[in-house]
Design a protein around this ligand. Structure first.
Ligand SMILES: Cc1cc2nc3c(=O)[nH]c(=O)nc-3n(C[C@H](O)[C@H](O)[C@H](O)COP(=O)(O)OP(=O)(O)OC[C@H]3O[C@@H](n4cnc5c(N)ncnc54)[C@H](O)[C@@H]3O)c2cc1C
Length: 477
């Protein structure tokens, strides 16, 4: 590593200017510490990013919703002077299953629903609905038994961690409708992006123990786009310390000794600090060379923590025509491309936006097709859910997250079977779990490092604040 330093030394350097890194920087500055953020992209926000479509609508290419119990995120939005509005769920949704379209009211609670829908309104054979209830009850029981902090201490953890979600469900039922809710949680639930054969039932149950779909994580939206939160945080930091945000600075190497850390970034710049907070998605930690190296269990864990596959589709329309027909835009089903669509516009209906998600292997398959064929498939699914008017959006934007080198997928990372009871247990060390212990002067942040709502904005904030608190404590010694 070159000995010459290119910038003044700071108390803390932060790698990654996503929500978690930005929040950590804000917190450290509030505690009177000097800080700089090194961000690989030429923009801030990471997976929290808004864009303007050709028709002038602002849409979120990444995360968009806040949840009913996402108090930190709600407080941050308010502190930044931004506005929230409730997601539009008035009226019936559409459940598209085995070629048939059902307009159905939503259930009073997710726990009593078939994927948000009122089961009694779905005219399916009684034995299929009964099997769905039975599997749901068995899964809920399992979720209740999970040790959220140390999943490897869950009763029968080893066996549950070696069994994929698909294999566990197959032991209970062969009815596809009954298995759909678990498949859907894997692929498009907020902790998802993976196929039911790619992760263990212990992993899926853990996601629901720490980030429960039943707590309505898709309850509200930010006016002007969630991306404006990252922009506002960056603007605040820039006002306070114009040099603290360094864009286009991919960190390649982090070297530490008892005095501090030295970071080398892609353009050959070398910077020193007393500590570093790494706030990047877990698999991207592997692209950084640590000296001394990460313990073997941590590397093994990161190698078993891929990002999910996710493409987000934003379709904007002249009007929210579905609302005019008493429909709320919530579409779920087994269509070839879109497994979830949702009305993402404000109460007044402008911009009129349907956000849709293509997950797991469907996202990879879609991405391999020519643009015209992708558009045809996407519009066919939008029409299947919402009728012929859906065929003529003003704009149609595709955001394939797996193609973003500094994210490498979405929504979040997942653990492959066997990883909780193997490397995750060993890597936790002093952290007590569930995430790996800090590596000396290298502290971990990023949404996935949070014990609660990992993979969500709320988790990004919690992990950023926690890392800043640990950093301040170390520096006070
Ligand atoms: C399509 C999609 C939909 C989602 N929906 C929701 C939702 O509705 N609600 C919700 O709560 N969450 C949602 N999420 C998840 C949410 O966006 C993330 O959990 C959150 O934004 C993660 O923030 P972060 O700061 O931890 O990580 P990131 O946003 O990934 O930020 C990490 C940053 O580190 C940078 N970086 C990586 N490697 C390096 C390096 N070597 N050197 C320097 N910089 C580096 C990256 O460029 C990036 O800017 C969604 C995500 C996606 C993609």
């Amino acid at each position: 590593m070159p000995a010459e330093l290119s910038r003044p030394e700071r108390d803390v350097l932060i790698v990654g200017a996503g929500l978690s890194g930005l929040v950590a920087a804000r917190e450290l500055r509030a505690r009177g510490l000097s800080v700089a953020l090194l961000e690989a992209r030429t923009r801030v926000g990471g997976r929290m990013v808004s864009a303007r479509t050709r028709d002038g609508s602002i849409v979120d290419l990444g995360g968009q919703w806040g949840g009913a119990s996402h108090h930190r995120f709600a407080a941050l939005v308010e502190e930044l002077g931004l506005e929230r509005f409730p997601s539009h769920y008035d009226g019936h949704g559409v459940f598209h299953w085995q070629g048939r379209r059902h307009e159905v009211p939503l259930a009073a609670s997710f726990a009593d629903s078939l994927l948000f829908f009122e089961p009694s309104a779905l005219e399916f054979p009684a034995d299929e609905l009964a099997a769905t209830r039975t599997l749901h009850a068995a899964f809920s029981e399992l979720v209740a038994s999970v040790n959220p902090q140390q999943p490897w201490l869950t009763p029968q953890a080893d066996a549950l961690d070696q069994l994929s979600v698909a294999a566990w469900a197959a032991r209970h039922t062969s009815i596809p409708l009954a298995r759909l809710p678990l498949d859907w949680l894997c692929r498009v639930g907020g902790s998802g992006g993976f196929e039911p054969w790619e992760a263990s039932i212990l992993h899926l149950a853990w996601t629901q123990a720490v980030a429960p779909q039943a707590e309505s994580p898709e309850a509200w939206l930010v006016r002007g786009g969630a991306g404006s939160v990252a922009q506002a945080l960056a603007a605040e930091l820039q006002r306070q310390d114009p040099g603290c945000l360094q864009l286009g600075q991919a960190v390649l190497q982090i070297e530490q000794n008892p005095q501090g850390v030295t970071l080398l970034s892609g353009d050959g710049q070398c910077q020193r600090a007393r500590l570093v907070i790494v706030a990047v998605p877990p698999p991207l930690r592997l692209a950084i060379r640590f000296e001394p190296p990460l313990p073997a269990a941590q590397r093994a864990l990161l190698q078993r923590s891929p990002m999910g596959g996710m493409t987000k589709i934003l379709a904007t329309y002249a009007r929210p025509f579905w609302r005019e027909r008493g429909l709320n835009g919530l579409g779920i089903g087994d269509r070839p491309a879109l497994e979830l669509t949702a009305d993402s516009g404000p109460p007044e209906g402008q911009p009129a936006v349907l956000a849709s998600f293509v997950a797991g292997e469907r996202a990879l398959r879609l991405g391999a097709l020519p643009a015209a064929e992708r558009r045809r498939l996407i519009l066919a699914d939008l029409v299947a859910y919402w009728g012929p008017e859906a065929a003529t959006p003003r704009d149609l934007v595709e955001q394939p997250w797996a193609e973003e080198p500094w994210s490498s997928g979405a929504f979040t990372s997942f653990l492959s079977p066997g990883s909780w009871s193997g490397p995750a247990r060993l890597a936790a060390g002093e952290s007590g779990g569930p995430g790996p212990a800090d590596h000396g002067r290298v502290l971990w942040a990023g949404s996935e490092a949070s014990p609660r709502w990992p993979g969500y904005f709320e988790g990004a904030i919690e992990a950023g604040l926690a890392a800043a608190t640990r950093a301040a404590a170390v520096l006070a010694c």
